[in-house]
Design a binder for this molecule. Structure first.
Ligand code: AMP
Length: 644
C-alpha cells in the first residue's frame, strides 16, 4: 500500500479488524444500551451465525427512550417535509409519545411479538412512528415501497405472512396524487388469507374504498391505544426487527432479516465511522422508507445517534429543480446521503439552481446505490461545491444493512478516487475472488465476497434457510464466503472498484468489460445524462455493446452525436469497446429505487420477454427501448440485401 494513502488511524483499524474482529465489534456494541450483556460476541455455525448471543436490547428503546433519558426530549428527532411545501417537526419526546401510543394500539389490535406487519405507506411521520412501534413490541415490520404495484405488494405480503397491512389513501409524486388503498385491495385478492385487518391513514379529501369487517381508519386504530400498554419488549439480540425484500428480485421475493442486536450495532457504528454522524446535527437521507437506506439511515441510525433526521416525501425536483437545494438551506442540513441517480437528476438542471441557496451548513455528501460515475462526482464535488466539502461513494446491499466499503469520513477522510467506492470499512472483511475461489491480485477482476460476517449482515432469509445458504454462502464451493454478486477489483492501494453485477459483464473478443465502465465512458461526453448498456450476441466477437442513452436538457439526438459518443467510448476504453448499436431514449428502465435495469435492456435486444418488471419505475421505458431497438433492426435489414 502506498504510504500517502494510509493514515495512522486507518492502519490501526485494519490491524484491529484483522487480529481481533470480534473485539472491534464488542467495543462498538459497548456504545449502546443493553438490558442484558451478551454471553458470547459471535458464534458461526457455517453458514448460520449469531452476534451478541444472549444479550437483551430493543432497537426502538435505544432510538428513543435512551435519547430522551440522555436529555434530548426537546431536540428535534424527525423533521418531515414534502413536495407540497408541508412541514412537521417531532422532538424526541413527542416521537416517543407517539410511538408509545402506536405500540399500545398495535397490542390492542392483537399484534404480538413475532407477528409480521406490512407497511405500504409513503415516507411520512405516521409510517416512521409505526415502524418504531412494531420494533418496540417485537413485531416484525415489512415495509413495501409505496410505488410498487399490486403484484409486487401481494408477493411481499404473502412471503412475510403478515396479519395486518397499514396503508394510506394516497401519496404525492411530482404533483400527482397516487392512490394506494385500491392497490392494497387488489393485492389482497391475490394472496392467501393471512391478513386480518387493513388500517388506512387518510390524508386526502376523498373517502377511499373500505371493507367494513376488515378495514379501519388510522384514528380508530389509534383510539384503541387507551386499552393497552405502550412499553417495550426486551428482545434477544438475534431476534428479527424487520424483514425487507431485496431489490430486483425475479419471481418470489427474498426477504432479508435484520435483527435487534447486530443490525443496531452495525448501522450505528458505520453511521459514525463511515458517515461521521453525530448527535444534534441535521441529517438527510434522500431515500424512501421502502428501501434499506430508508430503514437504516432515515429512521434507525440517525435516532440511535441522536441526530435530527429529515424525511422527505416526493420528488427531489418538484415543484422545481431548486427543491433539493432549498431543503438544505431551510433545515441547515449538515450531512446528505443520496444516490447517483439523484445526482444525475440534479445534474440535468446544471448548477444554477444550487447557486441560489446557502449550502454552507453542509459538511459532506455520501452516495450509494450504484457506482457514483466520475462525471457525476466531478459535477457535484467541483462545480457545485468547488471542493469545499467531500462527496464520497460507498457500497452496500439490502442484505448488509449498512455500508461495507466506503471512505471512512468519520475516522479519517482518505483521498477520493472518483469511480471507486472506497476501502473495506472497519470491521468488514472482503476479498475479490474468481468463481473457482482463487483470491484475485491487485487490479484483477473477480467477484466481491465477504469473508467473515459482520453484525449487520443478514443472518437469514425469512422462512428460507436453504435459499439463504444456496444464494449467498454456497456460490463459491468450498470457500465459506458470502457472495455479493457484484463484479469488482481491488487496486494496489486497497480501493475497491465495482464493474457491475457479475452476470452483466460483457465479453467482447475474450475481453471482459463491466457495464459500468462503458456507462462511465458515455458519461464523459457532456451531452449524456444517463447511459444503460448490455451485451448482445455477435457472431464474430462473442458479444458487442447495445447502448441506450438519455441526453441532458438542450441536446438533441443526431447521427453526428451518435458518432461522437461512439468515439468518446472508444477513446476512454480503447477499440475493444465495440458499440454494436446505440439508441437515444427519453428514459431508461429503472427500478423504483433508481437502479438501471440492464436485464430489461438485454431482454429487449434479445427480443425476449423482460420477465418480472413489477419493480420498474415506468413501464413506458421498456416499450421505448423496444421500439428504438426494432426500428434500428428494421433499418439494418433494409440496408442489407437478403442473403448477404
Ligand atoms: P440494494 O440491495 O437495492 O441496496 O442493491 C444493492 C446493489 O446495488 C449492490 O449489490 C450493487 O450492485 C449496487 N450498489 C450499491 N452501492 C453501490 C456502489 N457504491 N457502487 C456500485 N454498486 C453499488
Amino acid at each position: 500500500m502506498r504510504p500517502q494513502l494510509v493514515s495512522p488511524m486507518v492502519r490501526r483499524w485494519r490491524e484491529e479488524t484483522a487480529q481481533d474482529p470480534e473485539g472491534v465489534w464488542a467495543r462498538a456494541a459497548e456504545q449502546l444500551h443493553w438490558f442484558r450483556k451478551w454471553d458470547k460476541v459471535f458464534v458461526w455455525e457455517f453458514p448460520s451465525f449469531r452476534w451478541f448471543l444472549g444479550a437483551k436490547t430493543n432497537l426502538c428503546y435505544n432510538a428513543l427512550d435512551l435519547q430522551v433519558a440522555q436529555g434530548r426530549a426537546g431536540q428535534a428527532a424527525l423533521v418531515y417535509a414534502n413536495e407540497r411545501g408541508e412541514r412537521r417537526v417531532f422532538t424526541y419526546g413527542q416521537l416517543l409519545w407517539e410511538v408509545e401510543r402506536l405500540t399500545a394500539a398495535l397490542r390492542a389490535l392483537g399484534i404480538r411479538k413475532g407477528d409480521r406487519v406490512t407497511l405500504y405507506m409513503p415516507t411520512c411521520p405516521e409510517a416512521i412512528a409505526l415502524m418504531l412501534a412494531c420494533v418496540r413490541l417485537g413485531a416484525i415490520h415489512g415495509v413495501v415501497f409505496a410505488g410498487f404495484g399490486a403484484n409486487a405488494l401481494a408477493d411481499r405480503i404473502q412471503a412475510s405472512g403478515s396479519r395486518v397491512v397499514f396503508t394510506a389513501d394516497l401519496t404525492w409524486r411530482k404533483g400527482r396524487e397516487i392512490p394506494l388503498k385500491g392497490i392494497v385491495d387488489e393485492a389482497l385478492r391475490r394472496v392467501d388469507n393471512t391478513v386480518e385487518r387493513v388500517v388506512v391513514l387518510r390524508r386526502g379529501p376523498e373517502l377511499p374504498p373500505m371493507e367494513p369487517e376488515r378495514d379501519l381508519f388510522w384514528e380508530d386504530f389509534v383510539a384503541r391505544a387507551a386499552a393497552a400498554d405502550g412499553g417495550w419488549e426486551e428482545m434477544e439480540a438475534n431476534e428479527p426487527a424487520y424483514v425487507l425484500a431485496t431489490s430486483g428480485t425475479t419471481g418470489k421475493p427474498k426477504l432479508a432479516v435484520h435483527t435487534h442486536g447486530g443490525y443496531q450495532v452495525g448501522i450505528a457504528s458505520q453511521g459514525r465511522w463511515c458517515f461521521g454522524m453525530r448527535a444534534g446535527e441535521v441529517w438527510w437521507a434522500t431515500s424512501d422508507i421502502g428501501w434499506v437506506v430508508g430503514h437504516s439511515y432515515i429512521v434507525y441510525a440517525p435516532l440511535l445517534l441522536g441526530c435530527t433526521t429529515l424525511a422527505f416525501e416526493g420528488a427531489l425536483d418538484h415543484p422545481g429543480p431548486e427543491t433539493f437545494w432549498q431543503l438544505v438551506q431551510e433545515f441547515r442540513v449538515s450531512g446528505i446521503f443520496t444516490s447517483p441517480t439523484a445526482v444525475r437528476l440534479l445534474m440535468r438542471y446544471g448548477s444554477a439552481p444550487a447557486r441560489r441557496f446557502d449550502l454552507s451548513s453542509l459538511e459532506r455528501v455520501v452516495c450509494a446505490g450504484e457506482v457514483l460515475n466520475p462525471p457525476a462526482w466531478e459535477w457535484l464535488q467541483k462545480e457545485v461545491f468547488e471542493d469545499r466539502i467531500p462527496v464520497v461513494d460507498h457500497w452496500w446491499q439490502t442484505e448488509t444493512g449498512g455500508p461495507v466499503v466506503g471512505n471512512p469520513y468519520g475516522v479519517a477522510l482518505l483521498p477520493i478516487k472518483p469511480g471507486s467506492a472506497g476501502l473495506p470499512l472497519p470491521g468488514c472483511d472482503v476479498a475479490v475472488m474468481t468463481p473457482e475461489g482463487q483470491v484475485c491480485g491487485p487490479g484483477e477482476r473477480g467477484i466481491l465476497v465477504i469473508t467473515r460476517p459482520f453484525p449487520s449482515l443478514t443472518p437469514a432469509l425469512w422462512g428460507e434457510p436453504e435459499r439463504y445458504a444456496r444464494d449467498y454462502w454456497e456460490r463459491i464451493p468450498g470457500a465459506r464466503v458470502y457472495f455479493t454478486g457484484d463484479s469488482a477489483q481491488i487496486d494496489e492501494d486497497g480501493y475497491v472498484w465495482f464493474a457491475g453485477r457479475a452476470d452483466e459483464i460483457i465479453k467482447i473478443a475474450a475481453h471482459r468489460i463491466g457495464t459500468i465502465e462503458v456507462e462511465n465512458a458515455f458519461l464523459a461526453h457532456p451531452a449524456v445524462a444517463e447511459a444503460g448498456v448490455t451485451g448482445r450476441p455477435d457472431a464474430v466477437r462473442g458479444e458487442v455493446i447495445s447502448a441506450f442513452v438519455t441526453l441532458k436538457q438542450g441536446h438533441t439526438p443526431s447521427e453526428a452525436l451518435k458518432r461522437e459518443l461512439i468515439d468518446t467510448v472508444r477513446r476512454e476504453l480503447g477499440p475493444v469497446a465495440v458499440i454494436g448499436d446505440l439508441h437515444f431514449v427519453s428514459m431508461l428502465p429503472k427500478t423504483r429505487s433508481g437502479k438501471i435495469m440492464r436485464r430489461v435492456l438485454k431482454a429487449v435486444t434479445l427480443d425476449r420477454d423482460p420477465g418480472d418488471i413489477t419493480t420498474i419505475e415506468d413501464e413506458g421505458s421498456v416499450e421505448e427501448a423496444r421500439q428504438a431497438w426494432q426500428e434500428m433492426r428494421a433499418s439494418l435489414e433494409q440496408e442489407t440485401p437478403a442473403g448477404s
